[in-house]
Design a protein around this ligand. Structure first.
Ligand code: 7RM
Length: 655
């Protein structure tokens, strides 16, 4: 972070376009106009705990809370003294009415198989599996590791933990043995739930094999429950390993959901810091459920007749909050897809939307840009008229991608909710409310009611409209992280020490004259060119607005004269040819779009960019490559290792 508080980031990009929600959407929305939203925001600002207490009435409590908020900075406890059960809220309460036989999960397997589980069925499976966990000695407060493909049983395992007051630690099914081992050891997991394999790009990912390797160094895990999904051969340790289906046959059907304290841990989820050891972000029960449920209802406008699809894997926080807990608490029908988005053809997403009549679709900018790269013909082959609302999360969405999503996928009729939040925040904090907020492509718009977000300088003073600064949250919110598992000091030093009196997100942002927030990316990614602090996101956005460019990642490389020189890694659209002429053209294009300051010194064409599993570009690796030519440090979260070796061996398509 810069020592100089006066100018955190210089802002170059100005996006002026404005899109209003259609009258048709507004007419049936929960919050129908900007003045209506503003008045809710104003009321919440006068009394944030009161606002959240009202939201908490949508949740079923087993014992009422005594105090809404106990805030001893930087530690918050919400709904103090209250008791509830997340699994009861996501399942049991829906069995009492017409949702009983409604689809809770519509599952599409990658090879083309599919299943539907009603709320009644999901409740039965979860109850049985909760009994299985109990029979394996799992007790309240214990941790269960979950290393699964995206199958309904992954959701069942999560809800079963919540049902008995145990916490889960879901590890993304694409992570390596080493990453899994670290997370199992750090979270002190006693049981691991996995599968023989899962389908991805037509291949079987041998999850059990990877788990066996991880378990060699994780002696705390006493039992491994194996769900049979892909029927591949697996190794077996007698006494330790148990088949899911055999345990389920023997387990009783009835398992009451236990009341747990509002602050009982619900889960740990590891998030890789930009450097160093992954952090085990801890979330608890009451506040988390209240906020994930309310944001699901207001941001995704969920209705009983919706088919809601969030493409995030359950191994990512988005999968926790917006595949499982938020939507199921609302009684929604959730679509779950097992496999790769472009398998067997680049139109798999669109074909699933058509087949199941998906109405609300939530994905990441990286996926949207990949779809753009394949071209408009793939979505045009499908009837996407069931869609009524689109969402984006994970990175700043560049206006080019936003507009394509809005026009080609949404048929210019669906609002796009660009939702800013983090693993640490647990739920969406900055977002349009679809029937109310006029949208500006590339802006996450305004803080959700009850959220006091701001853009400030190093001392915590608000910066002027249009100026770049640090994105902070000034008041506690119900779904905020409660700590870093096993490392209490890091919680304070990471999030509350950097900026006085506020939670620091690690992101840079600016607010415009209308109070709209523009997230500029991670502060660690900011580059300093001749004393100007530039957001890499803006230069990337400028590059991607060129018709030949598919994706871009911009980093700084040490430079004697300018301090840092701008290096851009660029992938091209199908049919575009990489040559010296194009490099000059791209430089000129950036200068035209945002000015000479942002002109890249080097442009390197690449086949693909290194990304995390959730699609975020790993700029740290590119920074190391652009600087020393080598990479070091943790790469366990990298999605595709070959991408890195291609870049390292100069595998770029040079002219
Ligand atoms: C949900 C999630 C968090 C980081 C965050 C930002 C970036 C996420 C947006 C965004 C701009 C968005 N959790 N980010 N959403 N940037 N606009 N709508 O992504 O913990 O994995 O990542 O992602 O930098 O700090 S996360």
């Amino acid at each position: 972070m810069t020592q100089d508080g006066s100018h955190a980031i210089d802002v170059l990009l100005r996006e002026k376009r404005l899109y209003k929600p259609s009258a048709a959407f507004q007419k049936r929305a929960r919050i129908r106009s900007l003045p209506a939203l503003r008045s809710i925001i104003a009321r919440a600002r006068r009394n944030p705990p009161g606002f959240w207490a009202k939201a908490a009435r949508d949740i079923q409590w087993m014992k009422p809370w005594k105090k809404i908020l106990d805030w001893r900075p930087p530690h918050a406890r919400w709904f103090v003294g209250g008791a509830l059960n997340v699994s009861a809220n996501c399942l049991d309460r829906h069995l009492e009415g017409p949702r009983r036989n409604k689809a809770a999960l519509i599952w599409e397997g990658e090879p083309g198989d599919s299943r539907v589980l009603t709320y009644h069925e999901l409740h039965a499976e979860t109850s049985r599996f909760a009994n299985v966990l109990k029979s394996l000695g799992v007790r309240k407060g214990d941790c269960v590791g979950i290393y699964m493909p995206a199958v309904p049983e992954a959701v069942v395992a999560m809800l079963a933990c919540a049902r008995i007051g145990a916490m889960h630690n879901v590890v993304f099914g694409g992570f390596s043995a080493q990453a899994l081992r670290e997370r199992l050891v750090d979270s002190k997991a006693r049981v691991l739930v996995t599968a023989d394999g899962g389908w991805r790009r037509g291949q079987i990912v041998p999850l059990k094999g990877v788990a066996d390797e991880a378990l060699a160094g994780a002696p705390g895990v006493e039992h491994v429950v194996v769900f049979k999904r892909a029927a591949n051969a697996v190794g077996w340790v007698e006494g330790r390993d148990l088949w899911w289906h055999e345990l389920m046959l023997a387990a009783p059907r009835d398992c009451p959901a236990v009341p747990v304290d509002a602050e009982n841990p619900l889960y740990i989820l590891y998030t890789s810091g930009s450097t160093g050891k992954p952090k085990g972000v801890l979330h608890t029960t009451g506040g988390y459920l209240v906020q994930t449920a309310l944001t699901s209802k207001w941001v995704f406008d969920l209705r009983d007749e919706d088919v809601y699809w969030c493409t995030a894997d359950i191994g990512w926080v988005t999968g926790h909050s917006y595949v499982v807990y938020g939507p199921l608490a609302c009684g929604a029908t959730v679509l779950l897809y097992e496999g790769a988005p472009f398998h067997p053809e680049p139109d798999r997403l669109w074909s699933i939307i058509e087949k199941r009549g998906v109405s609300v679709f939530y994905t990441a900018p990286t996926a949207i840009r990949a779809c753009m790269r394949f071209g408009d013909d793939w979505p045009r082959k499908h009837d996407l008229s069931s869609l009524r609302l689109l969402g984006s999360v994970g990175e700043p969405i560049n206006p080019e991608a936003w507009l394509w999503y809005y026009r080609v996928i949404g048929g210019s009729r669906c609002p796009v909710v660009d939702t800013w939040w983090q693993t640490e925040t647990g739920a969406i904090l900055i977002t349009p409310v679809p029937g109310a907020t006029p949208m500006k492509p590339g802006s996450a718009t305004m803080p959700f009611p009850g959220i006091e977000a701001d853009v400030v300088d190093r001392q915590g003073r608000p910066v002027k409209p249009g100026k770049g600064g640090y994105l902070v949250v000034r008041k506690p919110w119900p779904s905020m992280l409660r700590g870093i598992f096993g490392d209490p000091k890091r919680y304070k030093s990471q999030y509350f020490d950097p900026i006085p009196g506020a939670y620091f997100s690690g992101d840079g942002a600016r607010k415009d004259a209308d109070g709209y927030f523009w997230v500029l990316g991670r502060i660690d990614d900011v580059i300093n060119v001749s004393g100007h602090r530039l957001s890499t996101m803006e230069i990337e956005s400028a590059l991607v607005s060129h018709p030949a460019v598919s994706e871009a990642a911009v980093v700084g490389r040490p430079d004697e004269i300018q301090g840092q020189a701008i290096t851009a890694f660029v992938t091209l659209k199908a049919g575009a040819s990489s040559n010296a002429g194009l490099k000059d053209e791209l430089r000129a294009h950036v200068v035209r779009a945002i000015g000479p300051l942002a002109k890249p010194s080097d442009i390197r064409f690449a086949e693909a960019l290194p990304k995390t599993r959730s699609g975020k570009i790993m700029r740290r690796l590119l920074r190391e490559l652009a600087g020393s030519g080598r990479t070091q440090g943790d790469i366990t979260t990298l999605e595709d290792f070959t991408v890195l070796s291609k870049l390292q061996s100069g595998g770029e398509e040079e002219s």
